[in-house]
Design a protein around this ligand. Structure first.
Ligand code: HEC
Length: 384
C-alpha cells in the first residue's frame, strides 16, 4: 500500500511526461481523457483509505476523469467510493438518458447513496415531459423506502401529466408499501380515473395475495369479447400468439387499419405502424392498445374545437395558421375551420385512439394481434 501511495505522490507532483512511463498502451480510449488522470484514478482506487478531500489535485483529476468517462466501470466505482456531490447533476443526466438500462438504474442507486435524490425529484416534477417520466421510473427502481414519500404527491398533482402520473403508479408498484399506498387511494375513491388501468395492472398482479384480492373488489381490467376477464399486462406478456391470425384481427375485427398505416395499407390518422415492433416492447404494445391515453405519441395529441355556431370537432391538429385550423377526425377526415369562427380550441389529455378496442376481441385474439405487431420491425439491408 505504501508503494502505491508513493506513486500517487509522484504522479501528482511530477509533470505530465511521467505518465508515459506507466503507459500500458490503452490510455487513449477517449479524446478528452488525460492519461495522467487515468493513472491517478487507477492508483487511488487501489488505496484502501484514501480520502479525496486531502488532496485537491487528486480530487480535481478524479472529477475531470468522471466528466470525461460517464458510464464506464471506473466511473461507477469512483462515485461509489468517493461520492463526489460535485458530479450529482451530471450523474442524474446520465441516468435519465439511460433510464431503461442497467447503467441508468445503477446511476440512480448512487444518487440515492449520495443523498442527492432531490435532483431526481426535481426532474420528476419538472417541465420536461420525457425527463419527468424517466426520473419517476428511476425513483421506482432505486428509491426503496423513499419511493412512497417521493412519488405519492405526484399522483394527485394536477400539474403533472397523465403520463408522468401513470409512470408514478407503476413505480409505486415496485414496493409493497407502494402497492398498499395505491390500494389505499383506490379504496378511498381518491385515485383519478385515468390511473385506474395502471393501478389495476400492478395491484391485480401483486405477489401479495391479500393486496390482489382487496384490489379485485375495487378494480377490474376492461372486458373482452367473450367476457373473459382480461389478464394483467404482466400475465399477457408471458403468452405467445399466432402472428398470422393477428394480422387478420388487425385488418378486420380490430379496426386498426381504419386509423393506422402498415406498409402502405390503411389510413394515416394515428402513427404508421410499419416498424412498431422495433419501437415498442411487448408490454408497451399492450398498454398502447388497452390504455391509449397513458402515453400519447408525440404530435398525436387530440384537440377539441368548438365553433361560434356550437359545432364540436375533435381530432389531431394537422395545421394551424393565422387564418385557419385543420383537425383530422378519427374517421380520417380533415376539417378546416377559420380562426375567426373558433370559439375554443383545447388540447385534450385523452388519445384519439378508442379506449375499449379489446372489447371486440377475445384474449387469444389480443395476444395474436400483439404477436403480429411485434413482427413489424425495421428491415435492415442484411435481412431484406
Ligand atoms: C380511431 C383511430 C384509431 C384506431 C381505430 C386505432 N388507433 Fe392506434 N392510435 C391512434 C392514434 C391517434 C394514436 C396516437 C396517439 C396515442 O399514442 O395514443 C395511436 C397509437 C397507437 C399505437 C402507439 C404508436 C406509437 O408510435 O407509439 C399503437 C401500437 C396502436 N395505436 C395500435 C393500434 C391497434 C393495434 C389498433 C387496433 C386494435 C388501433 N391502434 C386502432 C388511433 C387509432
Amino acid at each position: 500500500m505504501k508503494t502505491i501511495s508513493f506513486i500517487l505522490t509522484i504522479i501528482l507532483t511530477c509533470g505530465f511526461g511521467l505518465a508515459g512511463a506507466f503507459d500500458s498502451g490503452n490510455f487513449c480510449q477517449s479524446q478528452e481523457l488525460d492519461p495522467k488522470d487515468k493513472l491517478i484514478v487507477e492508483t487511488v482506487l487501489r488505496l484502501k483509505d484514501f480520502d479525496i478531500e486531502t488532496s485537491a489535485p487528486a480530487k480535481a483529476a478524479i472529477l475531470r476523469y468522471l466528466r470525461s468517462q460517464p458510464g464506464s466501470e471506473q466511473y461507477f466505482k469512483l462515485i461509489e467510493r468517493f461520492k463526489p456531490v460535485e458530479v450529482a447533476d451530471e450523474l442524474a443526466r446520465f441516468s435519465l438518458d439511460h433510464a431503461d438500462q442497467t447503467s441508468g438504474v445503477r446511476g440512480a442507486v448512487l444518487l440515492f447513496a449520495m443523498q442527492q435524490e432531490q435532483t431526481l425529484l426535481a426532474l420528476a416534477n419538472g417541465e420536461n415531459q420525457v425527463d419527468a417520466v424517466s426520473a419517476v421510473k428511476l425513483i421506482g427502481h432505486a428509491g426503496g423506502t423513499k419511493i412512497v414519500p417521493m412519488l405519492l404527491p405526484l399522483l394527485t398533482d394536477s400539474k403533472a401529466t397523465a403520463e408522468t402520473r401513470t409512470a408514478a403508479v407503476a413505480a409505486l408498484g415496485r414496493s409493497s408499501d407502494g402497492q398498499e399506498t395505491v390500494l389505499g387511494l383506490v379504496t378511498q375513491g381518491k385515485l383519478a380515473d385515468e390511473l385506474r388501468f395502471a393501478a389495476a395492472n400492478i395491484l391485480l398482479s401483486s405477489e401479495n395475495d391479500s393486496i390482489a384480492e382487496m384490489a379485485s373488489k375495487h378494480l377490474q381490467l376492461p372486458a373482452t369479447a367473450n367476457r373473459d376477464p382480461l389478464p394483467t399486462v404482466t400475465e399477457l406478456v408471458k403468452r405467445t400468439g399466432n402472428a398470422n391470425a393477428g394480422k387478420m384481427i388487425f385488418r378486420s375485427t380490430g379496426t386498426c387499419l381504419k386509423c393506422h398505416k402498415v406498409l402502405g395499407d390503411g389510413t394515416a390518422v394515428g402513427p404508421d405502424l410499419s416498424e412498431i415492433g422495433s419501437k415498442l416492447s411487448r408490454d408497451a404494445m399492450y398498454v398502447s392498445i388497452l390504455d391509449p391515453s397513458q402515453a400519447i405519441s408525440h404530435n398525436y395529441e387530440t384537440y377539441a374545437l368548438i365553433t361560434d355556431e356550437g359545432t364540436q370537432i375533435s381530432g389531431l391538429l394537422i395545421s394551424e395558421t393565422d387564418e385557419a385550423v385543420t383537425l383530422r377526425t378519427s374517421e380520417g377526415i380533415d376539417k378546416t375551420v377559420k380562426q375567426d369562427t373558433i370559439e375554443d380550441l383545447k388540447k385534450q389529455s385523452s388519445s384519439l385512439m378508442p379506449q375499449d378496442l379489446q372489447k371486440s376481441m377475445t384474449v387469444e385474439q389480443l395476444v395474436d394481434l400483439v404477436e403480429y405487431l411485434m413482427t413489424l420491425r425495421t428491415v435492415t439491408p442484411a435481412t431484406r
